[in-house]
Every structure is written in C-alpha cells, then in structure tokens.
Design a protein around this ligand. Sequence first.
Ligand code: UD1
Ligand code: UDP
Length: 381
Amino acid sequence: MKIITVIGARPQIIKAAAISRAIADKFDGKIHEIILHTGQHYDDNMSRVFFDELNVPKPALNLNVGSDAQGLQTAKMLEGIESAIQHEKPDAVLVYGDTNSTVAGGLAASKLGVPIIHIEAGMRSFNKAMPEEINRIVCDHVSTLLFCPTDSALANLNKEGFNLNSQPPYSIDNPKVYHCGDIMLDNALYFAELAEQKSTILSDLNLHENFVLATVHRQHNTDNPDRLQSIFKALLQLIEGNDRTLVLPLHPRTKSKLESALSKDLRERIEQASNFKVIPPVSYLDIIALESNADLILTDSGGVQKEAFFFKKPCVILREETEWVELVENGNAKLCGADEKLIVHATDELLNRSDFTYPPFYGDGKAAEFICSEILKHIPC
Ligand code: UD1
Ligand code: UDP
C-alpha cells in the first residue's frame, strides 16, 4: 500500500507524527508513506522543529509554496500535488484537518480518481467566512474514508447526507464514515512524559506557578485591528497589578499585524509588563509543557482548545463559535470572541471553579492504529 500524505501547516506536521508512528510501530512493510510538504508553513519554528522533535519522516517532496493570497497559494499547491500523484501513482492520498494544504490535496487526488483519506473529517463551525470551513466541506465531500474525531463530527456528516451505514467496497461515491477518536490525543498522551523530561521551557522562562498561556492566530482575529486590540487589552488586564504571568508564543501571522493593530499606548504597556511574556512559536514538547502547567489557557486555536482539555485545564476560547462543541457544552471552555469584558470575566470564573469533568470525548489515544488498519482493509492496492 502506497499513500501520499499531504501536510503543510504546523498542526498537520504534528498530526502526521501519530500516523507515521503507528505505521513504523505496527504496519511497517505494509504501508509505505510518502510525505509531501506543501511549504505552507516554512519558518524553522513552524515546520522543521516538529520533524526533528516528533520523529516525523522527512518530506520526500517540498513544494515550497510559501505564503500568498488564499487562491494563489491553493493553486500552487494543487499544481504541485497533481504532478506528484501522477509521478508516484499512490493507492490513496491522506490529508489532515482543514487548511489550504488539505483542500489542495483533496482536489488534486479526486480529479485524478485517487481515493482520499480525510483525518479530522466532519468538523463544522457553521461559519463559511472562515477559509477552513470551505476547505473542510469540500474535502469531506470528495473523500472515500472519513475519520471523525467526535460524535458531533459524525452527526454533521449525517446531516449533510453521508450514509453512516455504507457497505464496502468504498469509493468517492460510497464513502465510509468512521468515529475513531482524535489522533491529537494519541500525541498528547505519547509525548507528555517526554515533554516533562526534556522541555526546559518552564525554567527558561522562570515560570513556577500562577501563569496562564495564550495563543492567537485565527484570521478573523488577526486581520481585524479592533478585535486584536480588544484581545490584547484583555490579556494585559489579566496580569496588570497582580503577580500572575501570561505567556504568549506568537504565531507569525499575529506578529505581522501587531504593530499596525495595537495602539502605541497598549504596545508600550505590554512591552513594559515583565509578566507579559511574548515569545516566538515553541516546539510541541515545549507547548505541552506549558499547557500542562498553566492554570488556564486562552486560545483561538483548534488544537490548543483540545489540548487544554487533555491536560485538564479550563479554556477561554477567543472565538464566537467552535467546532469542538463538547468542550463548551460540558463547561470546560467558554466562548468569548474578542470581547474584552467577557474574556476577563470568563477567566476569573473558570479559575475559581474546580468542578470540571473530563468525559472521553476524544477516544482512547489509539486512533492512529485504528485508522491504519482500516486503510489497509478498505483501500485497494
Ligand atoms: C493556517 C491555516 C489555519 C491553521 C493555521 C495553523 C489556512 C487557510 N489556514 O493559517 O487553518 O489554523 O495555519 O497555524 O490554511 N507565516 C510566516 N511563516 C510561516 C508561516 C506563515 O511568517 O512559516 C506568516 C505569513 O505572513 C503568512 C501568514 O503567516 O502570510 C499566514 O500564514 P498561512 O499559512 O497563510 O495561514 P495561517 O494563518 O498560518
Ligand atoms: N503549537 C506548538 N507551538 C506553538 C503553538 C502551538 O507546537 O507555539 C501546537 C499546539 O500545541 C497544537 C498545534 O500546534 O498541537 C495547533 O496548531 P495551531 O494553533 O497553529 O493551529 P490549529 O490547531 O488552530 O489549526
């Protein structure tokens, strides 16, 4: 069985670690995986660090598309992936999540009649202004094997007309929808101990206790100066005048917008606050060391919302909606958008609560193994 795995953005390189590890451990010699990196993310701390640290096989091919307008970036990927598929003739193309790299992989493979395996299928925000929502919907509807991480993802696909009881042989016209848990949980469980042993980020940043972690990168926040200003005002309010520390590993998209979006006064106050620690993006072992030791996490990231839950931390979601609805329904997370007052209020409220529960929404940490065995059963080669 030969598959091409298309990755490009930071979270996809991390997700690829789970499947590549399962292949190496349990399916060596049965699945031959060729990694194709689109080059959507390219800074060392957004790409290379994850290959090195998480033992993801080096990409056989890097399209080096870099950053561009949505359409142009996707078009460049489409061209490169199409020619890679024509050259390698894989039995299937595997894609993760909802980025432009995902949709490019899905479109290129479907037009060549190659089956698509979509991991993290069925997620919906019901907000088509997000580029990711379009990417997910398109990719799901050209896939043959769809691996859903949650109950709600399965229900979303059911509502869109997918037959949850389809029978083999599976194809683009008769797809198979699975509920298999989340490979991000596989990774969090697998790497947590290693992070504890190897990461020095807590001592490097002189963090002991009483700190919160934040990440911000969603286009809806970064590309709207009012929203970005409001989020940063709230983050500053959380630490001004007390001994709490805030750590913010800054995504390059957000970094590029800060200067123009934030008022001079706000920037100066942030720069002067020694307990407002803005740092470059960190490695996976470092972020999970931060996540598992923080008191609370504020984020607009999909992956970080779930990791907050994996590490039993409350989460303030810097969005109006989430695809991971069970986190909100179960009270582990609160949707606050970019509203300064709501963010500050929800942070206080969540920090003062201790009655959280952690049902097994995301499976048992063995999703990758299950996915590989189903690929072997149902993709003809
Ligand atoms: C992309 C995904 C988003 C995902 C995120 C993960 C799409 C539409 N969006 O968003 O779903 O949550 O990745 O992090 O696919 N940049 C750098 N160096 C890099 C990469 C990016 O400086 O290595 C800067 C560039 O200014 C670029 C901007 O970040 O224009 C945005 O990068 P891009 O990949 O287009 O989108 P993300 O916001 O990263
Ligand atoms: N992440 C990381 N370093 C950072 C910030 C995030 O390794 O500085 C990890 C995070 O733990 C999660 C993944 O990147 O596993 C999430 O990626 P991101 O927030 O960029 O995208 P999203 O999940 O929203 O698509």
